[in-house]
Design a binder for this molecule. Structure first.
Ligand SMILES: [Cu+2]
Length: 140
């Protein structure tokens, strides 16, 4: 009798676990962020997004090479530390994804899974952060 009850309990537990996992697999939030990098500014069509899979579509409309770096950081967007090894660049601690170089007139896309938190978007081509290419981004 005890064994039967235990078996029943296990079945119920398994059913609950299945229920939970299917709920967790339900619509991943996230979405798409369309960004433009230009001389010397980053523009985005949204500054916050639900947690989940986020696709960044980044177009360079400027006259020089740019990039988009996503940092997960507690630091304010204008308080990112300098990279002590490379003059004119910023420390990329917390880098969770980036385009790499985007040539003039071209676009690059990348998708990353972002938990809720505070992020900074920046361009880390030499001197571009200092020139103003940084902004706050929030994942809810
Ligand atoms: Cu740039």
């Amino acid at each position: 009798m005890l064994k039967l009850k235990l078996a029943t309990l296990l079945v119920i537990t398994a059913a609950l676990a299945v229920g939970c996992s299917s709920a967790a697999a339900a619509p991943t939030q996230g979405g798409t962020v369309n960004a433009t990098v230009t001389d010397m500014k980053i523009s985005v069509d949204r500054t916050n997004i639900p947690a989940g899979e986020v696709t960044f579509v980044v177009k360079n409309t400027g006259a020089v090479v740019h990039e988009l770096v996503v940092l997960q950081t507690a630091a304010a967007q204008d308080k990112i530390a300098m990279d002590m090894d490379e003059a004119g660049k910023m420390d990329e601690t917390g880098n969770v994804g980036e385009t790499g170089d985007v040539n003039v007139g071209e676009s690059k896309t990348f998708t990353i899974t972002l938990p809720a938190g505070h992020y900074v978007l920046m361009c880390n081509e030499i001197g571009h952060y200092a020139a103003g290419m940084h902004m706050t981004f929030t994942v809810d």
